[in-house]
Design a protein around this ligand. Structure first.
Ligand code: PLP
Length: 406
């Protein structure tokens, strides 16, 4: 009889978002008149910008002609987009990334998960706590996480690096050896960013230990502070130890369009192999490229009009983040993040548990949030608020939560 990958059986149910949805539905059923505002959504709400839709319309028209038709494209992405990325996201910041180091894909989620294909199953993996759940679950599926310890809410073989107030929600390098290290900056869920010094310390650690840093920078477009790195490749030594994931999802509203990219530098070698070659082999075997029309839309983000238009949308979300952060701080609540990230990490008053505070805010303010405990043990007594909502609804939600504390 066929043997299944029984690592899947070890996975706990995807408790967080289904439980959030269940509680909202239950509250709605009991209070049909309540207008619940969701500060829990991780999806964007602003429409695609005109530069993108125009480029996509033109690409659709091209596809309808014999000369302009495109079938399977290069698995790594069209040269026009890889060039635009190399120039727009890297050369413009003084960072040398060549187009053949860029792999265009259908999402940072898939890339963060699929990258595990090129690494052995006996590697030791370090993750931040709290963390974007994809890193944990994909390692569990591959058999790198060990056993799930229900009572602790942890996997036995993963190294958890607590991201707490004392370290600015950004861990220092650890004492133990970790082979694969996930770093997400700007961070989901805490909204924290890694400073240049901390990133440098991690790069030095990885080069000294032969580790690889998987740097998820899906929220890079939200970096506003002068001194915060936009890419790990701004850090000296990163080309020999880091892989970077970026996405058009939050940058340009592509959550429903699907386009992202991963950078694997040519100098990055482990076990006598270039990781660029391995990732290329993996993608060519298992992936058939992002639609031409979508890649044309993504390339439009790098035109001057496209850039101005997407930055206006980012500005809209940034303003929401400011309203949440300042509004709730003025009400005496302790908020982190929301400056270089679309997430606000709110400390619950008096150490109330995440889920209890979630219920209080839902019941008394009719505002949905995301309990921090769902992102890992160190997320307990925090909730995550997002700035991706509609501006007026966000204002109303903040006012309602403030009223709870009057
Ligand atoms: N990485 C992080 C940290 C995220 O929070 C998300 C989406 O929420 C993603 C990656 C997924 O990006 P994509 O839409 O490109 O798959």
């Amino acid at each position: 009889m066929v043997k299944i990958n029984d690592n899947f059986l070890k996975l706990p149910g995807s408790y967080l978002f289904s439980e959030v949805a269940r509680r909202i539905a239950a509250y709605n059923a009991a209070h049909p008149e309540a207008e619940i505002i969701k500060l829990s959504i991780g999806d964007v709400t602003r429409p695609l910008v005109p530069a993108v839709t125009q480029a996509m319309h033109a690409a659709v028209d091209e596809m309808g002609t014999a000369e302009g038709f495109h079938g399977y494209g290069p698995e790594q992405g069209y040269e026009f987009l890889r060039q635009a990325i190399a120039q727009g996201d890297y050369a413009s910041r003084g960072v040398d990334i060549q187009p053949n180091e860029i792999f265009v894909s259908d999402g940072a989620k898939s890339d963060c998960g699929n990258i595990g294909d090129i690494f052995g199953t006996d590697n030791i993996v370090a993750i931040c706590d709290p963390v974007y759940p994809v890193y944990v679950d994909t390692n569990a599926m591959a058999g790198r996480a060990g056993e799930y310890q229900e009572e602790l809410g942890r996997w036995s073989r993963l190294i958890y690096m607590p991201c707490v107030e004392a370290n600015g929600f950004a861990p220092e390098p650890i004492r133990e050896r970790a082979d694969i290290i996930y770093i997400c900056s700007p961070n989901n869920p805490t909204g924290a960013v890694m400073s240049r010094e901390k990133l440098k310390a991690w790069v030095d650690y990885a080069n000294a230990n032969g580790s690889v840093i998987l740097f998820d920078s899906a929220y890079e477009a939200f970096v506003a502070s002068e001194d915060v790195p936009h890419t790990i490749f701004e850090i000296e030594g990163a080309r020999t130890c880091a892989i970077e994931f970026r996405s058009f999802s939050k940058t340009a509203g592509f959550t429903g369009n699907r386009c992202a990219y991963t950078v694997v530098p040519m100098e990055l070698e482990r076990g006598g192999a270039k990781l660029n070659t391995l990732w290329n082999r993996r993608q060519c075997t298992k992936f058939n490229g992002v639609p031409y029309v979508v890649q044309r839309g993504a390339a439009a983000v790098y035109t001057p009009e496209g850039r101005a238009q997407i930055m206006a949308n980012i500005g809209y979300y940034r303003e929401n983040a400011r309203i949440i952060r300042e509004g709730l701080s003025a009400a005496g609540l302790t908020c982190f993040g929301g400056v270089d990230a679309p997430y606000i990490w709110l400390k619950t008053p008096d150490g109330v548990g995440s889920w209890d505070f979630f219920d209080q805010v839902l019941n008394r303010a009719n505002v949905a949030t995301t309990p921090g405990a769902g992102f890992g043990p160190s997320g307990e007594s925090y909730i995550r608020l997002t700035a991706f909502g509609e501006a007026q609804a966000t204002r109303t939600a903040v006012e309602r939560v403030r009223n709870m504390f009057r």
